[in-house]
Ligand binder design. Structure first.
Ligand SMILES: *Cc1c(COP(=O)(O)O)cnc(C)c1O
Length: 402
């Protein structure tokens, strides 16, 4: 097809027509005049982009991948490798870097929980894996957790056919343990809430020889948490790849005992007759996840922290310069453990509510996403591109003063 005709046809497509511009539509497009710039796909789609002052939220698409992870992703797409072979090699490398027995890349922390649970139940028996979650009469399919650790993400256990038993005390847990108990589950950031803390929990697991799993999805930084909980004695530990680790949002890590990680993989792709077949991670993501972890472990964590502190200080100071505004800096103990800001104000003096401020931030240009409830505007900076804190600071001040 002649170039001119091709362009004519393309311009009939609504998206591309808008992109090529008037010159092309007039039929004057020459090779030289084809824009060199990368296509602005989000713009073509009419999608809103925003500064992320909120944090690693799934609905806000988590994080931006590190450059190094993007490079790995691009590299991986140039050639084929066998899925099991890249998972084997990357798993070994991850386990070395993190200092645990074994590791595998999953489709998010949620899938790490499902696959890990399936592995505990099937053991190294592929035929059993194929019967999860519908015919588990010969498997230990009960999982015990503390009521205080109940969270929506625990649905991932039930996806693997687990019957969840809720307890509150050590006594209750020991009483609930029976022949069908397959696993004890722990939600890391709710450690302060539950009556059974790490040590006692792991002691019970040991005593009854029941595998333990810890959901640490959002729990780096600090970097040490990557190895803290396997070192502590948890048999399986789950992380999100697309939160603090800044790998692909659809990835996660399952870390822990070699036999259990191997068993979990019996329910993972490419094996088709399994509960995990829909949790595919492609070679690009597997490699990008490994490089994201490598980058994360090797980072200057003090410098990262100092950057976040200075960004929070700038936004906090700018907001506090408005009469009637109060700021509170804080760092969550576990999960999203980064410098954070609660901004509140005397609503008799400043006649706008925090939800209205968030809406004004969202609908302005550039759009800004922040968090908080009815009383506060909540900000973190760790998922921003450096420099964006200045825009956030001045926009908050503008909104509060206008
Ligand atoms: C985010 C999160 C998950 C789910 O992680 P994905 O990587 O999005 O699958 C599970 N548990 C907790 C505690 C989380 O914060």
């Amino acid at each position: 097809m002649k170039r001119r005709n091709l362009i004519k046809r393309l311009s009939a497509l609504p998206l591309v027509g808008g992109m090529i511009g008037t010159e092309a539509l007039a039929g004057n497009l020459t090779r030289e005049s084809i824009p060199e710039a990368r296509r602005d796909y989000y713009k073509e789609l009419g999608l809103r982009t925003y500064i992320n002052a909120a944090g690693t939220y799934t609905f806000l698409t988590g994080c931006l991948m590190r450059e190094e992870a993007i490079d790995a992703y691009r590299y991986a797409t140039n050639q084929y490798v066998a899925l099991d072979e890249i998972q084997d090699k990357v798993g070994e490398r991850l386990a070395q870097m993190i200092g645990c027995e074994a590791a595998t890349v999953t489709a998010g922390a949620f899938s790490a929980i499902t696959l890990g649970t399936a592995g505990v139940m099937s053991g190294l028996d592929q035929e059993k894996a194929a019967r999860i979650p519908f015919d588990m009469s010969d498997m230990k399919n009960e999982v015990i957790m503390q009521k205080a650790h109940a969270v929506g993400y625990a649905h991932a256990l039930q996806n693997a056919g687990a019957k969840v038993i809720y307890v509150e005390t050590r006594k209750g847990m020991e009483k609930a343990i029976n022949k069908k108990t397959g696993m004890l589950w722990f939600l890391n950031y709710h450690n302060p809430e539950g009556q059974i803390k790490y040590e006692e929990f792991l002691e019970i697991g040991k005593k009854y020889e029941i595998p333990t799993m810890n959901d640490c999805a959002a729990d780096v930084p600090p970097v040490e948490n990557l190895w803290k909980y396997t070192d502590m004695g948890f048999d399986l530990v789950c992380f999100s790849g697309g939160k603090g680790l800044r790998g692909p949002q659809s990835c996660g890590l399952l870390l822990g005992r070699k036999d259990l990680v191997a068993a979990a993989r019996l329910s993972a792709p490419p094996r088709g007759d399994t509960v995990g077949r829909g949790m595919k991670v492609n070679k690009e993501e597997v490699l990008a996840m490994m490089i994201a972890v490598e980058n994360y472990i090797g980072r200057d964590h003090k410098a990262d922290w100092a950057l976040w502190e200075s960004q929070i200080k700038l936004i906090g100071d700018t907001a506090a310069s408005v009469d009637g505004v109060t700021i509170e800096k804080h760092v969550p103990e576990i999960a999203n453990h980064v410098p954070s800001l609660h901004i509140s104000w005397d609503q008799n003096k400043i006649k706008i509510t925090p939800p209205e401020v968030r809406e004004a931030l969202r609908s302005g240009h550039p759009s800004i996403e922040a968090m908080g409830g009815k009383e506060t505007l909540d900000i973190t900076t760790w998922m921003m591109n450096p420099g964006e804190e200045r825009i956030v600071a001045s926009r908050i001040k503008d909104i509060l003063t206008s």
